[in-house]
Design a protein around this ligand. Structure first.
Ligand SMILES: [Zn+2]
Ligand SMILES: [Zn+2]
Length: 150
C-alpha cells in the first residue's frame, strides 16, 4: 500500500548530533527500515547475530534510534514492545496486533477536526499529536476464523 522504504537522511541526523554512525548501528537501522512489520529487540538481535551484533548493542542502539526519532515504538496485541522505522513526512501507523503488519495512513484531515474541537473545549493551543491505530489484518482474521479460537 505504501512505500515502506524510509528516506531519512540518517547519516545527516547522526552527523548533526555528533554521534558516530557505526557499522553495527547501521545494520540495526537497516533491519528495522527494511522490515514490512514492526519487530522486537530480540527479533532484531536474532536476525543480526550472524553479523556479530550482540543483543546489548541492539538494545542500546534501538533506544538511541528511538530517542533520535528514527524508530517508533508500538505494541502488539499481547503488549509486546516493537519498533518500526517511520517514513519521512507525517503519517500514522495502523498495526496488526497479531502479525504486526504495518500500514501507513494520513488521517490528518480527521485529526485536525478533533484538534480544533479540543482547542475550543480546553483552551489549549495544540501543536501536535501522536496517533497509532491497532487492529487485526485481513490475513490474520482469515486465519483465525479457520482455527477454533486462540
Ligand atoms: Zn496480521
Ligand atoms: Zn497526524
Amino acid at each position: 500500500m505504501t512505500d515502506l522504504q524510509p528516506t531519512h537522511d540518517i547519516d545527516a541526523v547522526f552527523r548533526q548530533k555528533g554521534i558516530p554512525f557505526t557499522r553495527q548501528r547501521r545494520l540495526i537501522w537497516e533491519f528495522f527500515a527494511g522490515a514490512d512489520r514492526a519487530a522486537t529487540i530480540s527479533e532484531a538481535a536474532d536476525a543480526l547475530r550472524g553479523e556479530g551484533v550482540g543483543q546489548a548493542t541492539v538494545y542500546r542502539t534501538v533506544t538511541l534510534l528511538s530517542d533520535l526519532g528514527l524508530l517508533a515504538r508500538v505494541q502488539d496485541r499481547r503488549g509486546e514492545i516493537c519498533y518500526t522505522a517511520p517514513p519521512i513526512g507525517h503519517s500514522h501507523p495502523l498495526i496488526c496486533g497479531v502479525c504486526r503488519k504495518l500500514v501507513r495512513f494520513d488521517g490528518d484531515g480527521d485529526v485536525s477536526d478533533l484538534e480544533a474541537r479540543l482547542a475550543v473545549e480546553t483552551g489549549f493551543s495544540i501543536y501536535g499529536h501522536h496517533l497509532e491505530v491497532y487492529g487485526i489484518c485481513l490475513e490474520c482474521r482469515a486465519r483465525k476464523s479457520g482455527d477454533n479460537g486462540e
